[in-house]
Each structure stands twice: as structure tokens, then as C-alpha cells.
Design a protein around this ligand. Structure first.
Ligand SMILES: *Cc1c(COP(=O)(O)O)cnc(C)c1O
Length: 367
């Protein structure tokens, strides 16, 4: 008998696999696999959520009015150009759906965020992968892959999982090299963690034209990944079309309450940022001291690269860390089979992961 068939291409998609959160037989888990923000949500967010539980039977504001207003005021953007989503992930999917279809091309980078290829396939577009140089976006490689069929370019800056970034001048060169009909999506999910003077989150480029979108999220520095809230700063026409295709209540009531509270707690963000800078540097130095390669990261995680030797590989390290109750992320799916990505967690969590790596390598980081 015939059976209903999904649209061609969908069956071939490998679903996104999030970080593990459990190890069988281990009670105390240290989870450093999903860049979730070391502190969890701010005390103001916790209080706002607790105080609003009695209203959870109410539908949320379908326009996200208050939170869009608050974002617009905080950053000085026009409110009409802010769109909210259930995580920036939803916005990535909506943009792919609105701007590319079968026969079109979407450009991503070799070690870029995994959701871009998944959405490209979902909408039936051809995925074009630009190689990177030193695990960093290569603007010339991206520009060289433009064709008449290119519709969208997705760049995470800084990038997950490499932790690297391209400076403002390179972002501007990329933008300048794109024909007007190509939409450039700058995913700035980790921008709050960057401490470099030559970095841009891309907001100026959004304001300067009509083919750049900047994405932001509450999942990383705000520690609200479980609530699902992200936003886009986008040109009028992009905001307009996203508004037509999104579902009417795409951002939940608790997510909106939490987001509003989070935006008021600047002290929390400053503390999370300072903690991250300190422990990212400490972790980088310690792990390098064990003879392992750690590229400079401007995010809330570090990439650690292992030799391809039996007993010393990334896979071996992953198993060893698991046996100590520590979960990090294997990177084979990102074209980096020799690497683990380790999120920056709390002080004792970072000490524990470094101690476990000392044990694994049989070295001492001060040797
Ligand atoms: C974590 C992450 C996101 C944000 O995801 P949410 O859907 O907002 O939780 C977006 N882009 C990149 C590159 C990320 O690493």
C-alpha cells in the first residue's frame, strides 16, 4: 500500500543532537557540554518567574510588545526592527524558510553552527560549505562561493564551536562583497563574552542597509536556554516577512517575563562576563600546560584538541571525563574529530575538569 511521503530531502536530515546531561550510574554530574551560562538565570529572573506562575493559563502577548520595547530601548534600535523567537534557533529556521527554497543556495562555513545546514536541508536549498582558515571564517572563501543562486549566508561571529571570530573590518569586507539580494545573517549568540576592541556584533551593518540580520540569544550569558528566547535585529522587510510566517504565540509567557527581568539585571551580566573572562583564561592556560592545543577563544567555552594516538585521543578523553562524571562535547559532527568543546562553568567545575585532564594526560599543568 502507498503511504504518505514527506517532502523530498527531509528523511536525509540528521536531527540536531544536544549535549548529554546524564551518565548512567553517576550521581553528581558536571555538565559542560552546551555553553549554558555558568550561573543559571539571574536572581531577578528567578523572582519574576516565581511571581508569575499564577498567570501561566494566559496566552502570551503574540507581539512580544514589552520585551521588544525593552530590547529596542536598551540597544537604541527601532522596536519595529526587533523580532523575537523561541530561541534564536527558531529565527534561523524562519529566515531560511522565508529566503531560500529548492534550487537556491545557502552558504555556511566548514566548522559553523550545526543548525544552519539542518535548516538549509529542511527548506530544500543546496548547502554550500566554505572552507575555513585556522578554524576561522575565511571571507574570501565565502565570497568565492557566491553564485546567482545564493540567497543566504549564515555566519556565527564569534563562532561555535571554534570560539574564533573575524574582526570588524572582515565583517565589513564580507558585507561589501555581497550582492544586494543575498541576506547576510550574523549570529552574535556569544557577543557578550567577547573582549576585543576590533569586534562588532553587526548591529551597525543592519542599520546601514537592508540585507543584514543580527541574531542574539538569552541562552548563553543570561543562562536561560531552557526558556527559549532569542531575537533578531533586522531590516523592515525581513521583520515584516518573519512576522507573517511565525506562529502567533511563538514566544511563551514565562520566556517573555524572564527576558524582561533579565534585561534589567546589568549587574548579573557584568558578573557573568567577568567570571567567564577569568575562567576562560585560567582553563586555557591550564590545559595548554598539559601539552594540549587550545585555540584562543572569545566565547564561554574552549576547544581542546587531542593527538590522534590510541589512548590519548579526544574519544578516549571523552570517555575518561565521563568516568569522572564530567560531560563535555565531542566535535566529530563539526568536522573536528580530534576535539572536545568544554563550556566555562563554575570555579569548582573548571578545577574538576582540569584535574581530570591532568589525570588523563598523566601530566601536571605546572610541569
Ligand atoms: C547557542 C547558539 C544559538 C542560540 O540558540 P538558542 O536557540 O537561542 O538557544 C545560536 N547560534 C549559535 C551559534 C549558538 O551557539
Amino acid at each position: 500500500m502507498a503511504s504518505p511521503k514527506p517532502i523530498p530531502g527531509l528523511i536525509d536530515i540528521t536531527p540536531y543532537a544536544g549535549g548529554e546531561s546524564e551518565i548512567e550510574g553517576v550521581e553528581r554530574i558536571i555538565k559542560l557540554a552546551s555553553n549554558e551560562g555558568a550561573f543559571g538565570p539571574s536572581p531577578m529572573v528567578r523572582a519574576a518567574l516565581q511571581g508569575s506562575i499564577g498567570e501561566y493559563h494566559r496566552y502570551p502577548d503574540g507581539d512580544c510588545g514589552k520585551i521588544r520595547r525593552a530590547i529596542a530601548d536598551k540597544y537604541g534600535f527601532p522596536m519595529d526592527n526587533i523580532m523575537c523567537g523561541a530561541g534564536s534557533d527558531e529565527l534561523i529556521g524562519l529566515i531560511a524558510r522565508c529566503y531560500a527554497a529548492k534550487g537556491d543556495e545557502i552558504i555556511c562555513c566548514a566548522h559553523g553552527f550545526a543548525m544552519y545546514p539542518i535548516y538549509a536541508r529542511q527548506v530544500g536549498a543546496d548547502l554550500v560549505v566554505a572552507p575555513e582558515t585556522d578554524i576561522t571564517v575565511d571571507v574570501d572563501a565565502v565570497l568565492a562561493r557566491l553564485t546567482a543562486r545564493t540567497k543566504v549566508v549564515f555566519i556565527a561571529n564569534p563562532n561555535n564551536p571554534t570560539g574564533t571570530y573575524i574582526p570588524t573590518a572582515e565583517v565589513e569586507r564580507l558585507r561589501a562583497g555581497l550582492p544586494g539580494q543575498v541576506l547576510l545573517v550574523l549570529d552574535s549568540a556569544y557577543s557578550e563574552f567577547v573582549d576585543r576592541g576590533d569586534y562588532t556584533d553587526g548591529a551597525d551593518l543592519v542599520a546601514a542597509g537592508d540585507n543584514v540580520v543580527m541574531l542574539r540569544t538569552f541562552s548563553k550569558i543570561y543562562g536561560m536556554g531552557g526558556l527559549r528566547l532569542g531575537w533578531a535585529y533586522c531590516p523592515d522587510l525581513v521583520a515584516d516577512v518573519i512576522n507573517k510566517v511565525r506562529s502567533p504565540f511563538n514566544v511563551s509567557y514565562p520566556a517573555q517575563i524572564a527576558g524582561l527581568a533579565a534585561l534589567e539585571d546589568d549587574e548579573f551580566v557584568a558578573r557573568a562576563r567577568a567570571h567567564n573572562l577569568e575562567w576562560r583564561q585560567w582553563t586555557t592556560d591550564q590545559v595548554r600546560g598539559l601539552g594540549l592545543e587550545v585555540p584562543d577563544s572569545v566565547c564561554n567555552f574552549v576547544l581542546v584538541r587531542f593527538p590522534d594516538d590510541a589512548g590519548r585521543s579526544a574519544e578516549d578523553a571523552d570517555q575518561f571525563l565521563n568516568s569522572r562524571g564530567i560531560i563535555t562535547r565531542r566535535m566529530a559532527g563539526y568536522g573536528l574529530p580530534d576535539a572536545l568543546r568544554i563550556s566555562i562553568g563554575l570555579d569548582d567545575e573548571m578545577r574538576a575538569v582540569v584535574a581530570a585532564l591532568e589525570e588523563f594526560t598523566g601530566r601536571n599543568s605546572t610541569e
